[in-house]
Write a protein that binds this ligand. Structure first.
Ligand SMILES: [Ca+2]
Ligand SMILES: [Ca+2]
Length: 531
């Protein structure tokens, strides 16, 4: 498998350069990393180095009517395009056949622009889809693996497509998505359209023919739900017949029906300013109490408190922890798991206070730690803050940074770092609050406004150029389609406050803002705003 991939990678380099000239695959800021243009001879099966099949007629969890086959009757190349053909025919246990192609086990990607030029089939009961599933689907199961539906259409809604994500707590009918409707009642089956997502850290955007129509970020998820779109996903192309959502074909439906795919292309971003920010859901315990957090200990000693009976750092709620009073060494606290991949860089911190009336005592200690874990939840690397001890001033909120690298085997400090980098084999970043009670001793510690952040914050600077034309200044900068930019100015560099000149949504080309020239000196800068 590795050898095959390497050989293919070399081939791809040659062909990508050629195709760039031949078919204008170039998109500003994006680099083509994989594609299938379906250029094999007519009647060929799809390229087996790229696509496999899922076959069968089990209804696929949706009461679908088709039997998926690997025959060229149902999936083949014609005129430089992939044809997936749904046929009305008695086959095995079913009265319809079709095909479901997927790159599972062959190709998967984390992040990028993924697009296909597709003409969908037509008619009641048809359900074509271009979509992605987490490569960990066998181990993690669905929907924990994550599903990104780049395009779905049902025959009873000929002018409409849907872009959707499914994950744990937001799957099936509760998937989070949006529709795009063609103007003037045109049907998607009438012509080819380009369906795309741009998938980056904490963000997925959906496009039809370069029109942005839906964006999802972790803030769109239900309270406490986990963002599961930071790991590799593979591609699927299929035409289902019938089922719960589209309903079944009727007398108006004609067969065969064909989904025609001109190409599938995957791009990686170059120079796309990353969006960062806190990856902890509910970091200040303000949403749904302890939602998204898992407590451990005895229960009575891990509590959500509010401002009526405890100091809080922000909002109305705070997490309180104390010992288990078992008479022997015990650990209590709360943790939050986030999907992670090797090489991801974080910073981590949090606020802690030991209250004046209940100061941590004896040999008790408390801290915040971040551990990177493999799929079996074994600790690969560990980082901690300094300890809250009986010597820590009471009644004072302290901002603790997670900067001590710890030997997981013996808890010894083995280094000091600013950035926490997920090591090889990481699947989980665990942010954890720990209270250790070695022997019976009193005192509690409060934790609030916890932070596990990806770099890039919530905005990133964009390089820009200024040109003077007549009485105005033109500030120009490269953009990505659909991303938000803000042009700011101030008259005094020593002033901390920037004024907003204008906001705009990028169109993928060099965009510009203009400002009238006057006698006052002005400084400008441009940022990508991660909203
Ligand atoms: Ca083609
Ligand atoms: Ca709070």
């Amino acid at each position: 498998m590795n050898k095959a991939r390497l050989q293919f990678g070399i081939l791809l380099l040659c062909c990508a350069g050629f195709s760039l000239r031949a078919t204008a695959q170039s998109i500003p800021g994006w680099t083509l990393v994989w594609s299938d243009e379906f250029t094999q001879p007519d009647g060929s099966a799809p390229d087996s180095t790229k696509w496999g099949y899922e076959t069968g007629g089990n209804g696929w969890g949706n009461n679908e009517l088709e039997y998926y086959t690997s025959r060229t009757n149902n999936a083949r190349i014609e005129s430089g395009q992939l044809v997936i053909e749904a046929r009305a025919e008695s086959y095995m246990t079913r009265n319809y056949t079709s095909a479901r192609l997927l790159t599972k086990g062959k190709w998967s990607w984390t992040y990028g622009r993924i697009e296909a030029r597709v003409k969908v089939p037509r008619g009641q009961g048809m359900w074509p889809a271009f979509w992605m599933l987490g490569a960990n689907v066998e181990a993690a199961g669905w929907p924990t693996c994550g599903e990104i539906d780049i395009m779905e259409n049902i025959g009873s809604e000929p002018s409409k497509v849907h872009g959707t994500v499914h994950g744990p707590g937001y799957s099936g009918a509760n998937g989070i998505g949006g529709p795009y409707t063609l103007a003037g009642g045109a049907a998607f089956a009438d012509d080819f359209h380009v369906f795309a997502i741009e998938w980056e850290t904490n963000r997925i955007r959906w496009y039809v023919d370069s029109q942005l129509y839906f964006t999802v970020t972790p803030t769109n998820l239900p309270k406490g739900a986990q963002w599961v779109f930071s790991q590799p996903q593979f591609l699927l192309l299929n035409v289902a017949v019938g089922g719960n959502w589209p309903g079944n074909p009727n007398g108006t439906t004609t067969f065969p029906q064909r989904m025609i795919v001109d190409y599938v292309r995957v791009y990686a971003a170059t120079n796309l300013p990353a969006c960062g920010g806190n990856v902890l859901s509910n970091p200040g315990f303000e949403v749904g109490g302890l939602a998204n957090w898992t407590t451990y200990g005895q229960g009575f000693n891990t509590l959500l408190e509010n401002s009526n009976n405890a100091p809080v750092h922000g909002g109305s709620n705070v997490f309180k922890v104390f010992g288990q009073f078992t008479g022997s060494n015990n650990y209590s606290g709360v943790f939050h798991d986030t999907a992670s991949v090797p090489g991801t860089t974080y910073t981590a911190s949090g606020w802690a206070l030991t209250p004046s009336g209940d100061q941590i005592a004896g040999g008790n200690t408390a801290w915040i730690e971040v551990s990177f874990r493999d799929a079996a939840s074994s600790i690969l690397s560990l980082y901690r803050t300094t300890l809250i001890t009986s010597n820590t001033p009471a009644g004072v909120w302290l901002n603790l940074a997670v900067t001590n690298q710890i030997n997981p085997a013996n808890s010894a400090v083995i280094g000091s770092v600013t950035n926490l980098v997920a090591p090889a084999a990481t699947t989980i970043a665990r942010y954890q609050v720990v209270f250790r009670q070695p022997v019976t001793a009193a005192g509690s510690v409060l934790f609030d406004d916890l932070n596990l952040s990806l770099p890039g914050a919530t905005e990133t600077p964009v390089s820009s150029a200024a040109t003077k034309t007549g009485g105005s200044l033109r500030i120009s900068f490269p953009t990505f389609l659909g991303l938000n930019y803000e042009v700011r100015y101030k008259s005094d560099l020593s002033s901390s406050a920037w004024q907003v000149l204008t906001n705009l949504t990028g169109d993928g080309a060099t965009n510009a803002a203009t400002d009238a020239l006057n006698s006052a000196r002005r400084f400008y800068h441009v940022v990508r705003v991660c909203n």
